[in-house]
Design a binder for this molecule. Structure first.
Ligand SMILES: Cc1ncc(COP(=O)(O)O)c(C=O)c1O
Length: 375
């Protein structure tokens, strides 16, 4: 069965390239190929020499070696490169789960974490984040959700859309739970590395649990979504075997120029992350002030990581708010209906350089609509 339409992606398909001011993107500021090539003096020659035949199925060895350096215990042959994190999510859900299985998924969440499984006849239970606790997860609730058919636990940290990052203790408890029940732990870590205080960085799940699959991508932390490059890292030979076999029916191998540029990017992860974090931190300072000023109308829990946060509107429906805002100002926010989480929240992105401009427009819009309501 075909998965239900990916609501958030359909919304972006409609508005991403026409809205004047994007204020809900999850990928941080990107760069041109030229800017990336400037990281190394002979990088352009290397790109010119890149051979345009098929690349190795699990990903170019040089790229996998660089990716392995992002982990403590995973080697290059325990990584499979995919076309974006999205392909890897699809492949995991289709190759590791079967009809009748059950999975537990952190919610609200990223739709492919549950819709792909549901479409395959897998039963999904929502592990609901608690907004009143800063979007923290209730670890005890996991024991009430697990059944004999449960095969996997799906988490996302740092989290889309709330920006929540578990404490190390909570993360260890999640891993313990997965181990106790021998579950696959599918850990979406595409925002890992963008902790606002680097001391908060959690271990990669694949480094601490043998049945964990860590999902990475260059789209978020590195800001290079156009490379369409993601990967999984795991110690499980079973996952590597099944996902490799499944990938033969998807993209077979990856794009050679992308792999070349990705290798370069990962070699310069430190510089790319520092650049993106600088943008995020400057934007957060503006947001602190903004949310203070508008505390009567909106509320947010300041994220500790990533590029997005989930804002609650204290009155009115988010869908209507977003459509009127877009129509009147050209600013794009994302209503929570598209994340299957009621109609009272909007997703806000703060990884882009345009934030000061877009926020100023939103600021003025909120002031103007207060005045017009009062008058
Ligand atoms: C949590 C999460 N996982 C996966 C993806 C997909 O990433 P990619 O663009 O690398 O396919 C996204 C994109 O928004 C995401 O937010």
């Amino acid at each position: 069965m075909q998965p239900t339409p990916f609501k958030l992606e359909r919304y972006f398909a409609q508005h991403e390239f026409t809205a004047r001011h994007l204020l809900c993107s999850s990928d941080p500021e990107s760069m041109s190929v030229g800017e990336l090539l400037e990281f190394e003096p002979d990088a352009l020659d290397g790109l010119r020499d890149t051979w345009l035949g098929y690349t190795e199925y699990p990903g170019a060895p040089a790229l996998r070696r660089e990716l392995a350096s992002l982990y403590d215990s995973v080697s290059a042959d325990q990584i499979i490169v995919h076309t974006g994190a999205q392909e890897a999510i699809y492949s995991f859900m289709r190759s590791m789960l079967a009809p009748g299985d059950h999975v537990i998924v952190q919610m609200p969440g990223y739709q492919s974490h549950y819709s792909v499984a549901e479409a395959s006849g897998v039963r999904v239970s929502a592990w609901m984040a608690r907004e009143t606790h800063g979007w923290a997860l209730d670890i005890d609730a996991l024991e009430t959700l697990v059944t004999p058919a449960t095969r996997a636990l799906v988490i996302c940290a740092p989290h889309n859309p709330t920006g929540y990052l578990p404490s190390r203790e909570a993360f260890e408890q999640i891993v313990d739970f997965a181990r106790r029940h021998q579950l696959w732990l599918f850990s979406d870590e595409v925002y890992r590395g963008l902790e606002h205080d680097p001391a908060d960085r959690l271990p990669a799940a694949c480094d601490v649990y043998e049945r964990a699959v860590s999902l990475g991508a260059l789209s978020k932390t590195h800001g290079l979504a156009g490379l369409r490059l993601g990967w999984v890292a795991t110690h499980s030979a079973e996952v590597l075997e099944r996902m490799s076999t499944f990938k033969d029916y998807l993209t077979i191998s990856n794009s050679a120029p992308s792999e070349y540029l990705a290798t370069l990017a990962v070699r310069h992860s430190g510089a790319l992350l520092a650049r993106n974090l600088e943008i995020v931190r400057a934007n957060l300072r503006l947001l602190d002030d903004f949310f203070l000023r508008h505390a009567q109308r909106v509320e947010w829990q300041r994220p500790r990581a990533g590029t997005i946060g989930f804002v609650r509107l204290k009155q009115g429906a988010a869908t209507r708010f977003c459509s009127e805002l877009l129509e009147r100002t050209g600013v794009l926010l994302l209503p929570s209906t598209l994340i299957d989480h009621g109609d009272a929240h909007v997703r806000l992105g703060f990884g882009r350089r345009n934030l000061p401009e877009a926020l100023a427009i939103l600021d003025a819009y909120l002031d103007a609509t207060v005045t017009s309501t009062a008058s």
